[in-house]
Design a protein around this ligand. Structure first.
Ligand code: HEM
Ligand code: HEM
Length: 197
């Protein structure tokens, strides 16, 4: 099912693109960085990777706020039903129709276009926003509590629970965007356009 598509502002496109890069950086760097509660055992590179993680994470927090405000302004009064369609009756029936389209399309080895499954796409993007909100809130809390290493460690073990959902989200969201682009639907060109969108 299709949803009305107002144009995307430069702030929306810019914050989304840089946020995407920051998140990929967070996922890669966090594999090797030092943990603040084990800083004494860390080498210089691991300590620098943690510093970068901290500052990229705080930058991502600001970018997420810009993205949320831009999405809100793009469709005022429509934000929740767009990105969390499962909250309403119309959205849930749209989602069911989209899932049926995907299943039917996959059976015929011809998946539907992005225009035919917009409820599903928005629902996935909404989940991505929630996952990032989780990381930015727990990350910022750790940054504010840097003097209390024990509490920071406890929040860190909650923060890391988001890693698998984030990886699955990025794989699904970016992977499907690449597939649609490859099919010539122009999603990436529009989303990452320097002008227009
Ligand atoms: C968008 C923002 C952020 C994202 C996407 C993010 C992502 C991640 C990921 C994927 C991990 C690795 C989890 C694992 O597999 O072990 C991690 C760990 C960690 N992050 Fe972040 N992070 C963000 C912001 C921050 C901020 C602002 C801080 C500030 C202190 C921070 C501190 C940490 C710490 C201390 C760990 C280690 C947790 C542990 O091992 O218990 N993060 N982060
Ligand atoms: C965690 C990081 C990311 C988040 C939270 C996120 C979130 C979003 C959101 C909310 C939208 C909808 C924008 C709108 O309605 O105007 C969107 C669209 C899009 N994203 Fe992401 N995104 C992320 C990373 C990426 C990455 C790495 C790519 C690279 C392929 C990507 C490609 C796209 C594309 C092509 C669209 C347009 C889809 C359409 O027109 O239906 N995103 N993203």
């Amino acid at each position: 099912m299709t949803i009305h598509q107002p144009p995307r502002s430069p702030a929306l496109r810019f914050s989304h693109a840089v946020l995407g890069l920051a998140v990929i950086h967070q996922l890669i760097g966090s594999e090797w960085m030092a943990k603040p509660w084990r800083m004494r055992d860390a080498n210089a590179l691991q300590a620098t990777l943690f510093e970068l993680h901290e500052w990229a994470g705080l930058t991502a927090t600001v970018l997420l706020v810009v993205l949320l405000v831009s999405l809100f302004r793009r469709a005022p009064g429509d934000f929740f039903s767009r990105y969390f369609p499962w909250l309403g009756v119309v959205g849930r029936s749209g989602l069911r129709a989209d899932v049926n389209q995907v299943v039917a399309g996959l059976k015929k080895l011809r998946p539907p276009t992005s225009r035919q499954t917009e409820f599903l796409a928005r629902a996935v993007q909404g989940l991505g926003l929630l996952i990032l909100l989780f990381f930015t809130v727990t990350g910022t809390a750790m940054w504010l509590l840097e003097d209390d290493l024990e509490l920071m460690h406890r929040i860190g073990s909650i923060h890391e629970l988001g890693a698998l959902p984030l990886k699955l989200y990025l794989l699904g969201h970016a992977g499907i965007a690449v597939v649609h682009e490859w099919r010539g639907e122009g999603l990436m060109r529009r989303m990452f356009a320097v002008r227009g969108g």
